[in-house]
Design a protein around this ligand. Structure first.
Ligand code: HEM
Length: 249
């Protein structure tokens, strides 16, 4: 609806007003989480601070803290870039980027497994091998490396139905795509995993659901950007590993 593109039209429309209310709700919710966690850290701050110099924190802190705590520690150690608002926005990006994508991927995975009973049976066999008859036990982190076929099923699902099917870009400089094509700077372009993932030179019979395409021996020699469900290069998805863990669970 191009008439909604100008900001003042969007702000006045019913959908724009609904977006504003929803955004404020979400931001207030995340502000509260940041504030509460900061108070908890501050309660023990003297102890923590005395125990670790900045250099020690830089060396060890990254590995031992969850993302929110790490950002708050940076702020409390005097890093002015990490304001409450900046931390809130970082957390929102991580949480929002990781929810809809994983949920959409899982829905498509269930659909594809239902439509491909042979692949479903292979997955069932893997799950039986790892969990035996105990269907009620929690998944342990030690189970994850054993669920190789499950990982391939998820990759293959995201090949066929990439949760982010379009990635817009605007190059800052002219760049040569290949010998016949120079993309001028400032032109809007769209990278489409949906299309790339269906190129038969990389994925023969591309419409078929074949998790075995992602067995390590079948990936050898494939172009590194043939599979871009998680993007690539410097803006590659930060949650790729986390996706497999949450999807497995
Ligand atoms: C099936 C699951 C997922 C898919 C398919 C996916 C895909 C992508 C893609 C294609 C991008 C790049 C978008 C662009 O450059 O235009 C991206 C970025 C990002 N993803 Fe994911 N993602 C998934 C799950 C997650 C999870 C679970 C998290 C967090 C825990 C996450 C966090 C992020 C963040 C923070 C960025 C922005 C990175 C940056 O711009 O530097 N994603 N993701």
């Amino acid at each position: 609806m191009p008439w909604l593109w100008p900001k003042f039209c969007w702000d006045l429309s019913s959908i724009g007003r609904k977006e504003k209310v929803t955004r404020e709700y979400l931001q207030n919710f995340m502000d509260k989480i940041v504030e509460e966690r900061k108070s908890e850290i501050l309660e023990n701050w003297n102890d923590i601070n005395l125990k670790q110099t900045n250099a020690e924190f830089e060396k060890k802190g990254k590995d031992s803290l969850v993302a929110l705590d790490y950002c708050l520690h940076l702020q409390l150690r005097g890093n002015t870039e990490f304001t409450d608002r900046y931390i809130r926005d970082l957390m929102n990006s991580a949480i929002l980027a990781g929810h809809d994508t994983v949920t959409a991927g899982l829905n498509f995975a269930l659909y594809l497994l239902a439509a491909n009973p042979k692949e479903q049976a292979k997955l069932h066999a893997e799950l039986d091998e790892v969990f035996g008859n105990d269907q009620d036990r929690n998944v342990e982190s030690s189970d994850l490396p054993k669920l190789q076929f499950l990982e391939c099923c998820i990759k293959e699902t995201e090949r066929l139905y990439p949760p982010i099917p379009l990635m817009p870009r605007t190059p800052e400089n002219d760049f040569e795509l290949d010998k016949d094509c120079v993309v001028p700077k400032g032109v809007d372009i769209v990278v489409t995993p949906w299309v790339t993932h269906r190129l038969p030179e990389f994925f023969p019979e591309p419409e078929e659901f074949r998790p075995s395409r992602f067995f390590p021996e079948n990936c050898t020699g494939r172009h590194p950007y043939a599979y871009v469900a998680f993007s690539g290069g410097t803006r590659i998805c930060m949650g790729q590993r986390c996706t497999y863990v949450s999807a497995f669970l």
